[in-house]
Structure formats: C-alpha cells, structure tokens
Write a protein that binds this ligand. Sequence first.
Ligand code: 5GP
Length: 255
Amino acid sequence: MKQGKLLYAGKAKSVFHTDNKDTLIVEFRDDITAFDGGKKDTLKNKGSYNAGVSAFFFEHLEKHGVKTHFLQMLDNRRMAVRRLEMIPLEVIVRNVAAGSIVRNYPFKEGTKLDPPVIVIDFKDDTRHDPMLNDDLIVALKLATPAELKAMKKAALGINRLLSALLAKQGILLVDFKIEFGRQGKTIRLGDEISMDSMRLWDKKTKESLDKDVYRFNKGDVMATYNRVAGRITNAAARPAGARKKPTSAKPKAKK
Ligand code: 5GP
C-alpha cells in the first residue's frame, strides 16, 4: 500500500490518502494536547502506544461483531483504515462520574452510573465541543434518528466489551469517547480508542492510567502510557518500536 498526500492533520493524528480510494492511513503522532489544544507537548513514543492499544481494541471489537474502520497496522504508529465519512459527534459513555459530568452536574466523583450514561458532544473545538441532544443532532442534520439509534446501541455494546476486557487487567473503564463514520449506509467505529480518549482507573488504587495524568500533572505521562499499554495488551511493557512482533501487524484480508 502506498501512502499518498495528507488528507487531514488533527491534534494528535494525521490522515493520508493511499493508492486505494477506499483506504486511508492514520498516523498516530507523538503530540499530546488537552483543554482544546490549550496545553500541548510532544512525547517520544506516545503515538506508538496509542496506535498499539487502538489496534488491540479494534481487533477485539471486530472479533465480537462491532464494525470498525480498522484494517491492519502498517508499522508501530501507522494504521490502514477504511475511508469513512466522519460524523462530527463525540459519543461519550460514562460508567463512573468523573471529569466534565462532575464539574457541570451535582455528581460526586467516583459515583457508579448504572445504567451507563451516554453524552453526545458536537465535535467543534471553536465552540468547545458543546453537548447536544437528539433533537439538536437531527435539526443540525448531523445524523438521522436511525443513525443516532445505531450509534448509541453500538456505543453501549462497545462499553460492555471493553469494560469486561479491561476488568480482567484490573482496570476500571470510567468513561470513553468514540467517533463514528459512514461507509455507504453502514455506520462504523472510526478514529481511535486509546489512553487519550478514555478515562481508566486502577481498580484497587483508583490511580489514573490515562490522559488525566497529563491534563492535571499527576505524574510521568509516558511511564503511565507505557505501563497501561502493556497491561491492556498483556504484552511486555516496552516501546512498541522495540517489539519484535507488534500486535495486529499481520495483514488481514478484510473487506
Ligand atoms: P469529559 O467530558 O469528562 O472531559 O470527557 C469524557 C471522556 O471523553 C474522557 O475519557 C475524555 O478523555 C474523552 N473525551 C472528551 N472529549 C474529548 C476530546 O475532544 N478528545 C479526546 N481524545 N477525548 C475526549
């Protein structure tokens, strides 16, 4: 597969065309940002940790019937994906109250949310990703009612699968953000699922194992990402670049 021109550069990932019009390459860069880009850094190997964890989750989800954009890893930070028409929504699933839900509503941090709470934000940094409701999403023509229903159902299924997977490693999935896109009439999970887009707590100690370490200067971000990537993928914790066989490196015939 030949990498072509840059299609889009976000805050932490770049997306490239390929010689196949239906396939794109996502490169996970070493950039990390928080607070709508207000805090920015470049941390060596961060991209490869997030790429490895994302690939691991995408493969697990595909195995359990979730449609994703993932095709294969090309190297430790570049992922071949199906081209989607992205829907500018951030679908957030919350199992435990933390972050903005605690700042904006009278929830005590750490309160279990059962059933999980789905919050959908408008992906628009200039407006600080405001929260939407179903009527606004439809009125803004961001998604049809049927698409919205499909995304919520998929989000809850993904939550069940990832919560169970992480629990085996002693990790509590507090909340996470996912994004979907359209491939024709099919809705697929796109973007990434990584330490940048999830809130993960150690089940016993409640220690943060995610981007909150960076957001709130809770410690050494890269040491945390290294450790948690190893725990999640159950592999030896070392930079993905040093792995003999990166997870998901095997080309897969999928289409
Ligand atoms: P909160 O609304 O509490 O800030 O975020 C809820 C969850 O969604 C957290 O796991 C957070 O990392 C994720 N999240 C929310 N907005 C964004 C975003 O713009 N980018 C990324 N990568 N994750 C987000």
